[in-house]
Write a protein that binds this ligand. Structure first.
Ligand code: FES
Length: 147
């Protein structure tokens, strides 16, 4: 991270924040507090504002994730389409612990508020791939392919 920060400009325009957040996450997997704090100083914004920008977008992670990071939408449109059954099926196939990680470190899981495809819910994302109109059978097929 230090080299990354060293290579960043000393003054960052607000329009550059989002591309930098994306780039950082692609390189390091998640946004940590030290990076957000350093970015806030260079953008002359409170760290809470940087966090606010990043937390608006469900693709950002704020902690390390497993090889397959599962994000199941729990926004209202998806919630109304029986995501409880999907969650149970996901947990069955991944053997997730209560901390949201599988014991083999292969899977991590979290609910997110909206993945931007409300009309096509239920929606799930594994790393960068979106799955729409999910059914229990889709979950079985997806996790069979990941095994
Ligand atoms: S509520 Fe699920 S994608 Fe928007």
């Amino acid at each position: 991270m230090e080299k990354y920060l060293k290579d960043l400009k000393s003054e960052i325009d607000r329009s550059e924040i989002l591309p930098i957040l994306i780039d950082y996450q692609e390189k390091f997997g998640f946004l940590n507090y030290d990076f957000i704090s350093a970015l806030s100083e260079r953008a002359n914004l409170p760290a809470g504002n940087i966090y606010g920008i990043a937390s608006f977008y469900p693709q950002f992670n704020f902690s390390p994730k497993a090889k397959y990071n599962i994000k199941l939408c729990s926004g209202i449109s998806c919630h109304l389409k029986n995501i409880k059954e999907l969650k149970a099926e996901i947990f069955k196939h991944t053997k997730l612990n209560s901390n949201g990680f599988s014991s083999d470190g292969k899977y991590s899981f979290e609910f997110v508020n909206c993945l931007g495809a409300c009309a096509q819910g239920p929606v799930m994302k594994i790393n960068d791939k979106h799955y729409i109109n999910l059914t229990k059978m889709d979950i079985i097929k997806i996790f069979h392919e990941l095994e």
